[in-house]
Design a protein around this ligand. Structure first.
Ligand code: LAC
Length: 227
């Protein structure tokens, strides 16, 4: 089956999620973060994902803006950082995260091949619109799909089903790209041609669902389509 569409995860895949803490540390007033921003970014992300899974399993959905703020509160408390201005600054920066450097050119190469491009993310429509606009890539996507349409987080099969229904084609025609190994596994389980962007060279997840491809960054994605 030929691949006719490419669907991207957002956070970590198109956008560098450590960029908010890195940028806040570099700002005037960011001194408290100077040595520990990588630790804060990691702790914030880990807690954010744990909260999505807990909410999905217990059926107590709250949107990704809420979960992201809750996770930040936990991470800031763990780091002993109580400054409300820093909290507000980090959340504002999260809405305009830097994209990975190869993102615009990769999207252009895929579009030049006639592929339909979309995003499927835990993010709210407002968060995703803001991040795409700040990165200058909003016009590249035919669809920006949020889990808010089904009120449950990845890796629920209901989320992946949003991509096939919105793009009106079978999962086998869709390349699904995620830097989150568990997300790539979830998409593989739903029948997508799943690609794991494994920037850190991490071990393969011991989960049901295996990605069809593993690449070190997004620049390798167009080559997968040619095969
Ligand atoms: C997302 C998270 C999983 O964008 O990164 O859906």
């Amino acid at each position: 089956m030929p691949v006719t569409a490419c669907v991207f995860d957002a956070y970590g895949t198109l956008f560098d999620i450590a960029a908010a803490a890195r940028a806040a540390a570099a700002e005037p007033g960011g001194a408290a973060l100077s040595g520990n921003w990588p630790r804060l970014a990691e702790s914030w992300r880990k807690k954010q994902l744990e909260y999505t899974w807990q909410r999905a399993i217990t059926g107590r959905h709250a949107d990704f803006a809420q979960v992201t703020a809750d996770a930040l509160d936990w991470a800031l408390e763990e780091a002993g950082l109580g400054d409300p201005d820093l909290r507000a600054r980090l959340l504002a920066l999260y809405d305009r995260l830097a994209p990975w450097p190869e993102v615009p050119a990769t999207l252009d190469r895929l579009a030049a091949r006639g592929l339909t491009l979309a995003i499927l993310s835990n993010g709210t429509p407002a968060m995703l619109a803001s991040a795409c606009a700040a990165a200058g890539i909003a016009d590249r996507f035919q669809a920006v799909i949020s889990v808010e349409e089904v009120g449950i987080y990845k890796p629920s099969a209901r989320v992946y089903g949003l991509a096939t229904s919105r793009l009106a084609r079978p999962a086998g025609e869709i390349l699904f790209v995620s830097a989150n190994g568990w997300d790539a596994a979830g998409a593989a389980l739903s029948g997508f041609v799943s690609v794991w962007v494994n920037r850190a060279g991490a071990p393969i997840e011991r989960l049901p669902g295996r990605p069809a491809h593993v690449v070190p960054d997004l620049s390798h994605i167009p080559d997968l389509i040619d095969r």
